[in-house]
Design a protein around this ligand. Structure first.
Ligand code: ATP
Length: 306
């Protein structure tokens, strides 16, 4: 029995991985407006973005009926402010960003942008109002310039360069033998996680969406790269309504509000200093991450000495 259960667990794991991969592909089709699962309601109007205020009002959501992922989540992102969502793995952080794009419909409650329920507006207009810097950016098999311009196809070469500079990726591109014409993607030059993320930031700068979702990379970046990326992210999110899905707490210190999700509910909320003072879940996550990153730094320093 024991012998059988291990491979079955493993198959379960692979199945979930594949399923998540398929979900991501589905989302990409959604973005390309192919095979929409969630349909516009008849007579839906385009989203009219004014201040770009986002509100989750008592949101209940489950991917399948047996397991509730969000159990009554309410929060608000005032115009131009930044709210960070943190919490243990699997708490539902990325689900919140999928719901804001309306990849799925919620079971109860409402999600509103400037008072308009997402179910009442045209999805195309909704998706063009939101920019996303994802965990892992897919690059097309094309030039790096094309990959940045994808944010706004009508952008000029000068605008592409300015976006690259603001995203702190211009120096890297200029050092490539073919510069902005260098081929990237699966069949071209492979970029590191940090470089890809900065290309995504440059894309988003060109798109200039009123609402921004930053889905932070889980993978550890070295502290120099992390600082560069943080500087680029601070710039792109300044004065823009922003939701940060945070895995590394160092990036949420400046957020206007931090929401701590656990078991489908908001366990704690407040600013960084307030949450540390509460000495609860956030404070213990903070301590754990600080210890882990200090240990990592010590290991790196020891390696460099060798
Ligand atoms: P992490 O920090 O690990 O990225 P998270 O907090 O972002 O986690 P989500 O990706 O929002 O977590 O997932 C929340 C829960 O929903 C997880 O238990 C996950 O397994 C489940 N889930 C995610 N996507 C789907 C899906 N397409 N179908 C069914 N369940 C899903």
């Amino acid at each position: 029995m024991m012998q059988l259960s291990v491979p079955l667990n493993f198959i379960g794991f692979i199945y979930r991985e594949i399923r998540q991969g398929l979900t991501d592909i589905e989302q990409m089709f959604d973005l390309l407006d192919v095979d929409q699962e969630v349909l516009d309601k008849p007579g839906a109007l385009p989203l009219a973005v004014e201040a770009a205020r986002v509100e989750f009002r008592d949101v209940h959501f489950a991917y399948d009926q047996n397991r509730q992922i969000l159990k009554g989540i309410s929060f608000e992102v005032p115009a131009g402010k930044t709210v960070a969502i943190v919490g243990p793995s699997g708490a539902g952080k990325s689900t919140i960003s999928r719901l804001l794009f309306r990849f799925y419909d919620i079971q109860r409650g409402a999600i509103l942008i400037d008072g308009q329920d997402l179910r009442d507006v045209q999805q195309e207009s909704l998706r063009s109002a939101i920019g996303m810097v994802p965990q892992d950016t897919v690059l097309f098999n094309d030039t790096i310039s094309y990959n940045i311009r994808y944010g706004r196809m009508s952008a000029t070469e000068d605008e592409v360069r300015t976006a690259a500079e603001l995203a702190q990726v211009a120096d890297f591109i200029e050092r490539l033998p073919d510069g902005y014409k260098a081929m990237v993607g699966e069949r071209g030059l492979k970029l590191s996680g940090g470089e890809k993320q900065r290309v995504a930031i440059a894309r988003t700068i060109l798109k200039a969406p009123p609402i921004l979702i930053l889905d932070e990379a889980t993978s550890a970046l070295d502290s120099h790269t992390e600082q560069e990326i943080q500087a680029a992210l601070d710039l792109v999110s300044r004065d823009r309504t922003t939701i940060v899905i945070a895995h590394r707490l160092s990036t949420v210190v400046g957020a206007d509000e931090i929401i701590v999700l656990k078991d489908g509910v908001i366990a704690e909320r407040g600013r960084h200093a307030e949450l540390l003072a509460q000495a609860g879940l956030y404070a213990s996550m903070w301590d754990r991450q600080r210890e882990a990153s200090e240990a990592e730094e010590r290991l790196r320093a020891a390696r460099e000495e060798d």
